[in-house]
Structure formats: structure tokens, C-alpha cells
Design a binder for this molecule. Structure first.
Ligand code: PRP
Length: 211
């Protein structure tokens, strides 16, 4: 029996995913050792391999088949736009992708003005403004602390993840428009889904029962 390989987006999501997998009898003790620098972990009995990767790389591993299965946020799936099947909503890490800014920026959105949009998610922002709102904007890619952009005058609005809303609140910003809901999803390589249909479907169905 060949190994089925699972790529998990490293961080809190990976550990929560492992807890859920344990509920369906899939465990990997070694991976839980946070001090370890090991990159790949094997459950010989189940013929499963696990690895932790940067979230934005998980769809790449899955599209190319280096991982048969991946667990990653919907934000990353939308941004990366890779070819693969999204098979399950794990309901973890629920949050929203929003357009946010100072309350005064609402007018700029309503009137379709040429504004600057700062974001870690240029593809999601482009799709939303160009294809859904038909508003021409300038997109400025940032890598973190996106909320700074409207405060220091880099952009009028941001496209970013809002979970509790406290980052926005503490910086005098508000949600101006909602783009979509987000949560962690299980994704599967298209060829693996055919070649290992039975084993992968069993994992999906077992997970559905405990979610
Ligand atoms: C994310 C996101 C927001 C914040 C939202 O940032 O980009 O800044 O969390 O959470 P809240 O609504 O609960 O305040 P993250 O902490 O991942 O760091 P980043 O600034 O590097 O993007």
C-alpha cells in the first residue's frame, strides 16, 4: 500500500487539525513535538505521511501531487487559485474577508472612486473590485500589519481578514464591505482523488461524522 501524504498549514490550525484527525483514529505523536525541527512524519501502520508547510505553499504541494491531501484556510485557497478539489469545510478558524478602513472611506466605495487598496491578498482584492464591483482600484501588496496602511496614508482601504474585529476597533477602523466567509478546508489532489479514492473518501466521511 502506498503512502498517502497530508500537508498541513503550520501553526495553530495544524494542531487543531491533528486533534480532529485523532478523533477518527489518525494520530501522529511525533509531529506534536514543537521543539523538533523534523519536517516529515510517518504513521507506518496507516501508511500516512504528514508534513507542515507555510500556508501559502500548501495548495502548491497539493496541485502538483507532492501532497495528496492538504488542510489550509479558504483565504489561501482563493488567493493561490490552484487546481485541486476542495472537499470539506473543517469549520476551524472561522473569520471573514473584508474591505475595511476609516468610516469616511465608505463614500469612496459607494461612488466607485479610484482608490488605493492595501492587502496581503492581491488576487482576492482584484477579483472583488474588478469582477464583482467593477471598480478600478490600485492594489498595493503588503505582507503584514495591513491595518497600518489607511492610518499612515498608504491606502484609503484594506482587504484583510477580520476575526474578532479588535485589531480594526483599536485602530479606529471599521468593516466597510464583506467579501466572504473563511475557515479551514480540506483539499485533495485531482489525480489522488481517483487513484486513492477509497482511502481518501473514508477519511472525508469519517471526518464528516465527527465535525
Ligand atoms: C490577522 C489579520 C488581522 C487580524 C484580525 O493578522 O490580518 O490583522 O489577524 O484579527 P482580529 O479581527 O481578531 O483582530 P495576523 O495576526 O495574522 O498578522 P498580520 O498582521 O501579519 O497579518
Amino acid at each position: 500500500m502506498r503512502y498517502i501524504t497530508m500537508a498541513l498549514a503550520k501553526g495553530r490550525l495544524a494542531y487543531k487539525t491533528l486533534e480532529i484527525l485523532e478523533q477518527i483514529g489518525i494520530s501522529c505523536e511525533e509531529i506534536k513535538d514543537k521543539a523538533s525541527r523534523k519536517l516529515i512524519f510517518i504513521n507506518e501502520d496507516l501508511r500516512l505521511k504528514f508534513f507542515l508547510a507555510k500556508a501559502s505553499d500548501v495548495p502548491t504541494y497539493v496541485e502538483y501531487g507532492a501532497a495528496d491531501i492538504g488542510v489550509v484556510g479558504k483565504d489561501t485557497i482563493l488567493e493561490e487559485g490552484r487546481k485541486m478539489y476542495e472537499v470539506l469545510d473543517l469549520g476551524l478558524g472561522k473569520c471573514r474577508m473584508c474591505v475595511a478602513g476609516p468610516p469616511s472611506a465608505k463614500e469612496l466605495l459607494n461612488h466607485g472612486e479610484l482608490i488605493r487598496v492595501a492587502t496581503k491578498y492581491p488576487n482576492i482584492a482584484k477579483d472583488y473590485f474588478y469582477n464583482k464591483k467593477h471598480q478600478t482600484v490600485e492594489i498595493i501588496k503588503l505582507n503584514g500589519s495591513i491595518e497600518l496602511a489607511p492610518i499612515v496614508g498608504l491606502a484609503e482601504v484594506i482587504v484583510d481578514i477580520v476575526e474578532t474585529g479588535s485589531t480594526l476597533r483599536e485602530n479606529g477602523l471599521v468593516v466597510l464591505e464583506e467579501i466572504c466567509n473563511l475557515s479551514a478546508r480540506m483539499v485533495v489532489n485531482e489525480v489522488s482523488m481517483k487513484m486513492e479514492h477509497e482511502r481518501i473518501t473514508k477519511i472525508i466521511n469519517d471526518l464528516k461524522k465527527v465535525l
